[in-house]
Design a binder for this molecule. Structure first.
Ligand SMILES: Nc1ncnc2c1ncn2[C@@H]1O[C@H](COP(=O)(O)OP(=O)(O)OP(=O)(O)O)[C@@H](O)[C@H]1O
Ligand SMILES: [Mg+2]
Length: 260
């Protein structure tokens, strides 16, 4: 079997005449953590939703572990996990009940599911609150429940949309460790983030999206060579490539205007 676990071919999403994702070609291999970067509105969430099969592509194809997400959806979906940017949870369930529900959806045998759920609740520090209703959970606690639910069926591909938003530093570190461990065990991790420091430290490769197009891809070192910016942070490279450095220039000129 090929070790390419995520593959897109000319993947495109149009809304009317507006192209949100434009002919995207990318591959992520087993063991790889791929960081998906790009300014607000550049098409990250749209791409991730197409990879999960929740959103139909206008053109092009996406494959999860070799299965076409449109025509072999059940095989593809059984192998992937998705952590959305704004997860919806059933407020009237406890975390323990929610994990049992997700395990049942994935047809994980009850005893195995129970054991795994307890391990994950413990890992994310939720054991003490596991019988409380989710409606009473804080944002970060909910986020951890969603990640725990995503890990229950031991996916080969995990897609996460800004998973560290709202997590405290210890939880963000924990998530990073968990994702690294999953990759070490052969999963492909695809993660969108605005926190470039995390991307730089955690991801083997990053892709930068701008107005729906992949404008650069590679390891941080490779991107440095591309921009000829030795010693610069990923943040500098990102701002240079996406052209959002203009904002800094405008602010600077405003400040200079103030001084005059
Ligand atoms: N249902 C929709 N109808 C029309 N346009 C949409 C729809 N969903 C997304 N878009 C547009 O597609 C573009 C990409 O949106 P998307 O949510 O993928 O961006 P993003 O990179 O995830 O941004 P952010 O960093 O803010 O999360 C945006 O211009 C958005 O307005
Ligand atoms: Mg988004």
């Amino acid at each position: 079997m090929s070790n390419v676990l995520i593959h897109t071919k000319e993947l495109t999403k149009r809304y009317g005449t507006f192209t949100a994702v434009d002919s995207l070609n990318l591959t992520v291999k087993a063991g790889e953590i791929y960081g998906f970067l790009g300014p607000n509105g550049s098409g990250k969430t749209t791409t991730i939703r197409m990879l999960t099969g929740l959103l139909d592509a206008t053109a092009g194809e996406a494959f999860i572990c070799g299965y076409n997400i449109a025509t072999e959806a059940s095989q593809a979906k059984s192998l992937l996990a998705y952590v959305p940017d704004h997860p919806r949870l059933y407020g009237k369930l406890s975390a323990r009940e929610f994990l049992a529900l997700i395990a049942a959806l994935y047809r994980i045998p009850k005893e195995i599911a129970g054991e795994r759920a307890e391990q994950l609740l413990h890992l994310f520090g939720l054991s003490d609150r596991a019988d409380d209703l989710l409606e009473g959970y804080s944002h970060g606690m909910r986020q951890k429940v969603v990640v725990a639910a995503a890990l229950l069926h031991q996916p080969r591909v995990i897609l996460l949309d800004e998973p560290t938003a709202g997590l405290d530093p210890a939880s963000a570190r924990l998530l990073k460790d968990v994702l690294q461990q999953m990759a070490a065990q052969g999963a492909a991790v695809f993660v969108s983030t605005h926190i470039l420091e995390i991307a730089e430290r955690m991801c083997h490769r990053v892709g930068i999206l701008k107005q729906g197009r992949l404008i650069a891809e590679g390891s941080t070192d490779e991107l440095r060579q591309l921009t000829g910016s030795e010693g610069e942070s990923l943040e500098d490279i990102f701002l240079e490539l996406t052209g959002t450095n203009e904002t800094a220039e405008i602010i600077k000129s405003l400040e200079e205007g103030d001084k005059r």
